[in-house]
Design a protein around this ligand. Structure first.
Ligand SMILES: NC(=O)C1=CN([C@@H]2O[C@H](COP(=O)(O)OP(=O)(O)OC[C@H]3O[C@@H](n4cnc5c(N)ncnc54)[C@H](O)[C@@H]3O)[C@@H](O)[C@H]2O)C=CC1
Ligand SMILES: O=C(CO)COP(=O)(O)O
Length: 330
């Protein structure tokens, strides 16, 4: 696979384009905003979504989806709530059997569907795969080492994708657990908001470790409803990403939570940003799915109350801490 198409030129799509280019591939990077494509082609920069990082010459940016028709594999990196609309438009430009690697992290709020199911709806002739792990865009774009899960049913195709994109600093670990590799990335964003609140309220490092560990328990229970394998959730796309995102203010979700913990309003925080905080959307659908399936997710429910019900952070934290004591393993 020599020609790689990247669909979405936010921070992550741009970083992935740089990684694919570093692996020696020719990359077509589709941007939703024409200005972003122009900036990349003229200045080798994405000043809006990934400022300060030089983008390699092998990348050609475009605002025209027809330019993706020559690609032999696609990386889908639109925010989860835009994935359906973007890939519906993409359908006429892709050839049957093309691997479509979903790199976004979230669940469609309108339908409760995982991204792989959205892609089955919109690109039925493509072969869905998941690329997910603990990977902040800025570090990946600069070529610092990272490791990700590549989940795809066809192991031969996994080998071909790995040969095309893998590098010593971009290590791919293959898996066949396509649903499982999506759960971690979706749930960890919600937990990162909670972890940010712990930071904003100055509740201490012990509380943060508690959020990570009990957040993992919630992720595991949620994963059961989607037949996710426990080993997947304990791997890069699950625990690995949960640790990263709950521990660093590089995370947009964690920094959102911190600002909420410091007493700022959700609407005011988001009005200042052009970047996505997926957890703020995912929490809505997690609340519904957890309620419908009887899954206990007290941390996710707390984030939901603050973001969607307008509950006061202090009150929600008090309620969370005052719940009855229970067994560690339910
Ligand atoms: N930034 C990161 O470090 C990582 C992000 N991800 C995931 O990648 C996905 C994309 O995130 P980022 O690249 O960080 O985005 P970003 O937050 O840097 O930028 C926002 C993106 O939304 C796009 N957008 C805005 N309105 C749109 C519309 N109406 N239709 C289509 N696209 C629209 C913009 O073009 C831009 O690509 C998310 O699901 C995120 O969770 C995954 C791993 C790492
Ligand atoms: O998914 C990520 C790291 O793996 C990026 O997290 P944020 O979207 O919270 O910045």
């Amino acid at each position: 696979m020599q020609r790689i198409g990247v669909v979405g030129a936010g921070a992550w799509g741009t970083a992935l384009a740089n990684a694919a280019a570093r692996a020696g591939r020719q990359v077509t990077l589709w941007a939703h905003e024409p200005d972003v494509a122009t900036d990349i082609n003229r200045h080798r920069l994405n000043s809006i979504f990934l400022p300060g990082i030089h983008l390699r010459e092998e990348i050609t940016a475009t605002h025209d989806m027809a330019d993706l028709a020559v690609c032999e594999a696609l990386l889908l990196v639109a925010p989860a709530q835009h994935m359906r609309a973007v890939t519906e438009r993409l359908r006429q430009h892709v050839s049957p059997g093309i691997p479509a690697l979903i790199c976004s992290k979230g669940i469609e709020v309108a339908t409760g569907k995982l991204m792989s199911v959205v892609i089955a709806d919109t690109l039925p002739d493509a072969v869905p795969a998941i690329l997910s792990g603990p990977t902040f865009a800025g570090e990946v774009a600069r070529g610092l080492p990272c490791a990700l899960t590549l989940a795809i049913a066809d192991e031969t195709l996994a080998d071909q994708i790995t040969a095309s994109l893998g590098q010593p600093t971009f290590r791919l670990y293959s898996s066949t657990d396509v649903p499982g590799a999506q759960i971690g990335g979706a749930i960890k964003n919600v937990m990162a908001i909670a972890s940010g609140m712990v930071a904003g309220l100055q509740l201490g490092e012990n509380a943060r470790a508690a959020v990570i560990t009990r957040g993992l328990a919630e992720m595991m229970r949620f994963g059961q409803a989607f037949d996710a394998r426990r080993e997947t959730l304990m791997g890069l796309s699950g625990l690995g990403d949960l640790i990263l995102t709950c521990s660093s203010l590089q995370s947009r979700n964690m920094s959102l939570g911190k600002a909420l913990g410091e007493g700022r309003r959700f609407e005011d925080i988001m009005a200042e940003r052009r970047s996505v905080a997926e957890g703020a959307h995912t929490v809505e659908v997690v609340e519904t799915i957890a309620r419908d399936h009887g899954i206990s997710m007290p941390i996710a429910h707390s984030v939901f109350r603050i973001l969607k019900d307008g509950a006061a952070v202090n009150e929600v934290v008090r309620d969370l801490l005052e719940r009855p004591f229970t067994r560690e393993i339910a």
